[in-house]
Ligand binder design. Structure first.
Ligand code: ADP
Ligand code: MN
Ligand code: MN
Ligand code: MN
Ligand code: MN
Length: 380
């Protein structure tokens, strides 16, 4: 369907161009876990040192054209990019290889164009240092009989061109938190057009997006992806992040996944990670959930180490978080590391929520270490 997707049938020039492109597929390789070099702070930046300059994980994309057909990852060519420009390889050995691993319909160009998620590999045949998907996939494969499900809640903050949260007064602050969470109406929320466009783009691409809500801090939003099976969690969340950056570009808004964008009495941003296995989801499941939580307690520090950068600014024990130094859990407790939802405790089975991951955490690292801690490392 050359006129499918977001192409408008009422614009003849675009329709003609679409028809001419019918035999060609634009394929867009999306590169997860690119770490960009620190950016210099903006002159006259009104907030605090280091916030605008902090290291960010960003989505990257490269475009290419090939013949129209139905593509699976294994049908697509291995490609490469200049890893020295993204901090992923030295300049004198800069080729990083892109191995396709998941294919999604492209909501911007419409059918038959596709988005390709690709793993990064070095020239010597080893996974790139930022390729966390590879280890994660091995863990998911080793424990696949448990049928692990994940659901991630991605919180983020929309910023204007001066790195101020969107809609905030230029000098000063909005009224204190309270009316903004799940808010409706002018003065309570901003940029709903971005949130709606992102939701539609995710649905078009087949991403298992399951909800969205305005957050406690004005300018902050959340979307949920899941439940997803195993490795699918990282793939779908990463593509949903790419789409969010890409959609926001059209509206002139920046996406921040910093876990504490504004210091003080303003909520931080997390990536709550909900988890269950088949035995946890049936009669007697609470025992399995408790056993998993015991294992998590023993490896608190190891988890915190891979749950995102600058997370100490967020995990203070205030603003609906547990303390970074101390593991805790409880039923319906939003001030704990792990929360067991009330309805799961009541019925005796279900899932639990790890509230520790920061909004900038890598979903492959979160879901990978969850499997490793609860069910064991992969034997070589
Ligand atoms: P909260 O009350 O913490 O804000 P949300 O509704 O935002 O909860 O998110 C709940 C998440 O839990 C969703 O991403 C959903 O997919 C996920 N989820 C629901 N059931 C399960 C389950 N059995 N296993 C894993 N994840 C689940
Ligand atoms: Mn080049
Ligand atoms: Mn939520
Ligand atoms: Mn939330
Ligand atoms: Mn939550």
């Amino acid at each position: 369907d050359a006129e499918g997707g977001v192409r408008s049938k009422s614009r003849p020039a675009e329709a003609a161009a679409a028809a001419a492109c019918n035999a060609l597929v634009q394929y867009s390789y999306v590169l997860p876990t690119t770490t960009l070099a620190p950016q210099p702070p903006l002159p006259g930046y009104p907030l605090r040192e280091g916030f605008g300059a902090s290291r960010v994980r960003a989505e990257s994309v490269k475009y290419h054209t090939l013949k129209d057909k139905e593509y699976k990852p294994e049908d697509l060519p291995v490609w490469n990019f200049d890893g020295s420009s993204t901090g992923q390889a030295p300049g004198d050995n800069s080729d990083v290889y892109l191995k396709p691993c998941a294919v999604f319909p492209d909501p911007f160009r419409g059918s038959p164009n596709i988005l390709v998620l690709a793993e990064c590999w070095n020239a010597d045949g080893t996974p790139n240092k930022f390729n966390y998907r590879h280890e994660c996939a091995k863990l998911m494969e080793a424990h696949k009989d448990l049928e692990p499900w994940f659901g991630l809640e991605q919180e983020y903050t929309l910023l204007d061109m001066s790195d101020r949260p969107y809609g905030w007064p230029t000098n000063g602050f909005p009224a204190p938190q309270g009316p903004y969470y799940c808010g409706v109406g002018t003065g309570k929320v901003v940029c709903r057009d971005i949130v709606e466009a992102h939701y539609k783009a995710c649905l078009y691409s087949g991403i298992k997006i399951s909800g969205t809500n305005a957050e406690v801090m004005p300018g902050q939003w959340e979307f949920q992806v899941g439940p997803c099976d195993g490795i699918e969690m990282g793939d779908h969340l990463w593509m949903a992040r790419f789409l969010l950056h890409r959609v926001s570009e059209e509206f002139g808004a920046k996406v921040s996944v910093h876990p504490k964008p504004i210091p003080g009495d303003w909520n931080g941003a997390g990536l709550h990670s909900n988890f269950s296995t088949k035995p946890m989801r049936v009669e007697g499941g609470m025992e399995k959930i408790e056993a998993a939580i015991k294992k998590l307690e023993g490896r608190h520090k190891e988890h915190i180490a891979v749950y995102g950068e600058d997370n100490a600014q967020r995990l203070t024990g205030r603003h609906e978080t547990g303390s970074i130094d101390q593991f805790s859990y409880g039923v319906a407790n939003r001030g704990a590391s792990i929360r067991i939802p009330r309805e799961c405790a009541a019925q005796g089975y279900g899932y639990f929520e790890d509230r520790r991951p920061a909004s900038n955490a890598d979903p492959y690292r979160i879901t990978g270490i969850m499997m490793e801690t609860c069910f064991g490392a992969v034997s070589e």
